[in-house]
Design a protein around this ligand. Structure first.
Ligand code: SF4
Length: 230
């Protein structure tokens, strides 16, 4: 399997773990605020393959205890289960990030116990999904199924929304509060401009606006929090 990026150590990407982050190119959404623009069409050059990654991990046993798999959209990779199995056999916990558009693949990972933690993006309130995913027909049924799968699973998981001033309003967070009611972990993430965005014209909300969105979602998700504000 081709791997488009490796961050050798992170304390941020996998809660409670000292991890590395593996980037898998290719995504079926085109979120205007995506900060991994060069990874989306899958043509980004590979920095290594799966065998090289496994060799790297063997050299990090005892130093790292987790591997965060992100993208792009990792669940587009048909051979992801094989890679996760091999990583777990080396003794590492695995976190998988997903845009939620591939519930069958998500279900397989969970059923086979291949992920210790799943982070799913909630891009917007349901009526706003097209604008925020940059796709005319986002698989809202698929995304909703992924939400239900995670809500009813025992695997640790979180939902999170990257908040963009030009794309989100109170209406989004009122719907998300309804959609995720009762969930334990939900994060509002501050948008950051990486300089490699899919579209221009995205900016971060101020602290006051973020706090207002947070107070909306906390009506049904008391543990919701803001992540990434300086
Ligand atoms: S932010 Fe959107 S476009 Fe970028 S990788 Fe995630 S789902 Fe794909």
């Amino acid at each position: 399997m081709k791997i488009q990026g490796l961050q050798k150590m992170t304390l941020l990407d996998f809660p409670g773990r000292v991890a590395c982050t593996v980037f898998l190119g290719g995504c079926d959404f085109r979120c205007p605020f995506c900060h991994n623009g060069e990874l989306l069409d899958g043509s980004a050059p590979a920095v290594m393959d799966d065998q090289e990654l496994l060799r790297f991990l063997k050299g990090r046993q005892g130093l790292l205890d987790g591997v965060a798999i992100t993208g792009g959209e990792p669940l587009l990779r048909k051979d992801l289960p094989d890679l996760l199995r091999a990583i777990r056999e080396l003794g590492f916990a695995v976190k998988v990030d997903t845009n939620g558009n591939h519930p069958d693949a998500l279900e397989t990972l969970l059923r086979e116990g291949l992920a210790d933690y799943v982070a799913m993006d909630i891009k917007a309130g349901r009526s706003n999904y097209s604008a925020v995913t940059g796709t005319l027909r986002p698989g809202l049924d698929a995304v909703s199924r992924s939400v239900e799968i995670l809500k009813s699973c025992d695997t640790e998981h979180e939902f999170r929304t990257t908040v963009v001033r030009e794309l989100h309003s109170d209406i989004d967070f009122e719907d998300i509060a309804d959609w995720l009611a009762g969930e334990k972990r939900y994060f509002l993430q501050e948008f950051k401009d990486s300089g490699d965005l899919v579209s221009d014209g995205c900016s971060a909300c101020g602290a006051e606006e973020m706090d207002r969105f947070l107070s909306i979602v906390r009506r049904t998700i008391p543990g919701a929090a803001i992540r990434g504000m300086d």
